[in-house]
Design a protein around this ligand. Structure first.
Ligand code: PMT
Length: 221
């Protein structure tokens, strides 16, 4: 019997958008549907891993045999990831985490009055960078959603955040990426570049995870 590529591995994955509350009825968010992150969770499980999925608000069913934790804001996602990261061998950050949140969340619905209003935002913690900075942390795989200079910004994130791998996603192409069934990725590690052509997110997730599995075993030699 052949052992599966991720047998014995604990994989922690983030997926979907985050929602940053403005007041009790409004929020700031983005177009992530969770499809790519959920495809990774399903395929990691198929490839033999024990999977924990930390998910922002999406309209997808929870994958079978995956420990799914539902969160809303970036701070909640950060907390859920850090509650599970100690057990993880591999961390894949596929979520489109809001970089900023409201400086003050209003406790009552904001009333319409002035012709202009200004929202004050403060930076959210970077979940992926914080995981990558852990001593003895998991193998880290980031995503880079870019609309220009894909390779330059992806490599910059790989280095700056101290990641093992990054999957670059050209989100200027409306046929792939956010909320589409298909995606295409260019995967970078310190010494390699692999292009994964446009295909269904489930098939793409399997290819990406096989590359991750190879790199994890090479790293632990
Ligand atoms: O959900 P879908 O509709 O299927 O779309 C998939 C996708 C386009 C959202 C996905 O493939 C993707 O590219 N996800 C990353 C989106 C993103 O936020 O990229 P970024 O370049 O802003 O962030 C870089 C990396 O840091 C990402 O791994 C992100 O998860 C992580 N990050 C960012 C900010 C933050 N505060 N915490 C983080 O962990």
């Amino acid at each position: 019997e052949k052992t599966l590529p991720l047998a014995g591995q604990q994989v922690l994955i983030t997926a979907g958008p985050t929602r940053e509350a403005i007041d009790p009825v409004r929020y700031i968010s983005n177009h992530s549907s969770g499809k790519m992150g959920y495809a990774l969770a399903i395929q990691a499980q198929n490839l033999g891993a024990q999977v924990t999925l930390v998910s922002g608000p999406v309209a997808l069913p929870e994958p079978l045999h995956v420990n799914t934790i539902q969160v809303s804001s970036a701070l909640e996602m950060h907390q859920a990831v850090f509650a599970h990261v100690a057990a993880a061998d591999i961390f894949i950050a596929c979520a489109a985490v809001a970089d900023y949140r409201l400086a003050d969340i209003q406790t009552q619905k904001i009333k319409k009055s002035a012709d202009e209003m200004t929202l004050s935002l403060i930076k959210n913690p970077d979940i992926l960078a914080d995981v990558a900075a852990l001593p003895d942390g998991p193998f880290t795989v980031g995503f880079a959603a870019e609309t220009q200079d894909l390779e330059y910004y992806a490599k910059d994130k790989l280095q700056r955040k101290g990641l093992n791998m990054i999957a670059a996603n050209d989100v200027s192409n409306q046929d792939i990426g956010f909320n589409q069934a298909d995606n295409a990725l260019t995967v970078f590690s310190a010494d390699a570049k692999i292009a994964l052509p446009k295909q269904d997110k489930l098939a793409l997730a399997e290819q990406l995870l096989k590359i991750v599995a190879k790199n994890v075993s090479a790293n632990s030699l």
